[in-house]
Write a protein that binds this ligand. Sequence first.
Ligand SMILES: *Cc1c(COP(=O)(O)O)cnc(C)c1O
Length: 536
Amino acid sequence: MISSLAFTFHVATPTRSAHGWTRGMPPPVHHLHQPHPQHHPTPRFAFSPRATVSEPAPSAPPADVPGISEEDESLTVAAYIRPDPNETYSSSTSSSSPSTRESLDALVSQLDAQDYTDSTGGNRTRDNVLKSCQASTVAVHGGERIRGVKKTKAILDAIQVPIVQSSTYTFRSTRDCIDYNRGMYSSFEYGRYGNPTTRAVEEKIAALERTDDCLLSSSGMNSVTTMLLALVPEGGHIVTTTDCYRRTRQFVSVLLPKMGITCTVLDPADLDGLRDVMQRRSVSLYFSESPTNPMLRVVDVPSIVNLCKEHGALSVFDTTFATPINFRPMDYGADLVLHSATKYMAGHQDVMAGALAGKAALVDKVRQLHGVLGGVVDPQAAFLINRGLKTLSLRMKAHNRNGEAITQFLNSHPKIEKVNHPMLSTHQDHEVAMKLFTKGFGGMLSFELKGDGNPWSVETFEAVGRFIDNLKIPYIGPSLGGCETIIEQVCIMGYFDQPLHERRRLGITNGLVRLSCGIEESEDLIDDLEAALRYA
Ligand SMILES: *Cc1c(COP(=O)(O)O)cnc(C)c1O
């Protein structure tokens, strides 16, 4: 039922881009106001939204309308359309036509100005027609089309964003189709280009990041890959950091080279190295997590952003671990911020999604390619993310609290060699983190169990297993950012098939443990850790 709202939500789909018109659509409005010199100003058809089916349809073009020149292959459908005399919009409306960034609130308020009645008018209303239809037809169409403002308002008054479980958005008339393609009427058109439930989440995330726009997609990896493919030109060069989400590294090192895209990998703190690369070659894009996984490195976003701006490179930060509650790269002039919304944003380990937020023109560009690659998030998932986001701030307070309390506990425990958490003055990036993370450092940490003192020994490997298996509260598993505390021995969770020399290079020892603190009470978690450490 809710799918019919598509008629009244004036939200544009990614039909137009900075590079022109996509998906074979007719050209933008300005063509219409510059009639081809060869053409008679009178078009073939006059469209009236109030035309009834009983009116005689024009059987042939009027004789005084010259034919469209056969030589002009560039002509589009727009050449056939006569401007509606009742049109109030002018060519200048194209710049103020509905954009994907228009807020749903503003769009919905427009509804009040419109009172949709059955557009075909007369006695032959849809209700009347349905009255004389067979049950099979009524079963399909009865009660489905909510067009009146009153009925629509009742749905829009729902306290929750409705799940608009619809792949397709229909048009009421041919005129609407034409207006849509001319940018004068908006529709989501098709689920790959947008969805009202998803749009609500995008607006919420853009607002949380204090930036222009956001694109939600089917997973964090989908956001990463679509963003890189959209923004890095063929043969381009990118810079990433050593401590990086494994699949991102895989994409950058295995897939991008096929497009001639190369990469420099730097230590997260290596600003001199970054300056050097920027001076030596043209860098298209810098991409780093902050904090990183699993070493919780924090990059100096303001300095990196400045370097990037100086050299014309885009700066993108994956702040999945921080969330906009703890840190917003956009505040420091970054171009884009990326999240695995699967983690803290959704926050309940029940849904997968990615979010890319930032400057409008860049998000638009990625949205265009997203419409082609098709990594669409499901509306049900979008609903769950919206629900999760409502408690993001509350949850992050608990994650921050547990992250700090457990770090302190582990840091002074005799069986722990080292804790990786930016709150510790021993952490490489402590100073940068103190400057940027004023709200909290998050609930992620990793640490080295001592074992027999050799981080690569079998004894240390087994000590970690005994410790983890004796925990009663945390779950053993990958992923992070949920309400439940999750623990993993890093070398067997994501690096099982990695050769030792590769693990040595990345610092993934046998004793390394990653902990995603949930929102339980700190004391309960610490008691459990203390008890289990006796077995290590
Ligand atoms: C999980 C994660 C990703 C990948 O996100 P998915 O939603 O699992 O595809 C990317 N970056 C970071 C930092 C992550 O933790």
